[in-house]
Design a protein around this ligand. Structure first.
Ligand code: NI
Length: 167
């Protein structure tokens, strides 16, 4: 397994639309394993392939505190949405920023797992937020896109300053 490099906002590659996975081969299994390792190390509760510069519809999530609930969603689709909630979100591509975003409260999702089997699941609260946030990444969308232009501008400046300092 390997730790992958996570792209940071405002990197343009975070705007690329991911393509559906056509076949779950050894490369995809490896990608999923590496994404889990990268997410756990960060640490974070979700990671989309887009964030590691792989433009395929793959996301990994684990909202447990002890790495006990790994969830892989390949080619995810939202079948149903219900309700509205707004909780503070963060993102491994926008480190140190936490802002509330309005999302559906409950969702029903269909996806493939790492074995290539189709499954459906329901999610609510934090897990529902996490799935919606990661699915946005696959469309080239970031949680900061939901914020006011002023806030987004301030975040962009802060990120650019941090990246300069890190170089
Ligand atoms: Ni994110």
């Amino acid at each position: 397994m390997a730790i992958l490099n996570i792209l940071n906002y405002p990197d343009d590659r975070l705007r690329i639309q991911a393509k559906p996975v056509e076949e779950i081969d050894a490369g995809i299994v490896q990608l999923v394993d590496d994404m889990f390792e990268t997410m756990y190390k960060a640490p974070g509760v979700g990671l989309a392939a887009t964030q590691v510069n792989v433009h395929k519809r793959v996301i990994v999530i684990d909202i447990s505190e002890d790495k006990s609930r790994p969830l892989t969603l390949i080619n995810p689709e939202i079948l149903e949405k219900e309700g509205i909630q707004s909780i503070d979100e963060g993102c491994l591509s926008v480190p140190g920023i936490y802002e509330p975003v309005e999302r559906a409260q409950r969702i029903r999702v269909k996806a493939l797992n790492k074995q290539g089997e189709t499954f459906e699941m329901e999610a609510e609260e934090l897990l529902a937020v996490c799935i919606q946030h990661e699915m946005d990444h696959l469309q080239g969308k970031l949680f900061v896109d939901y914020l006011s232009q002023l806030k987004r501008h301030r975040i962009r400046k802060k990120m650019q300053k941090q990246q300069k300092m890190a170089m």
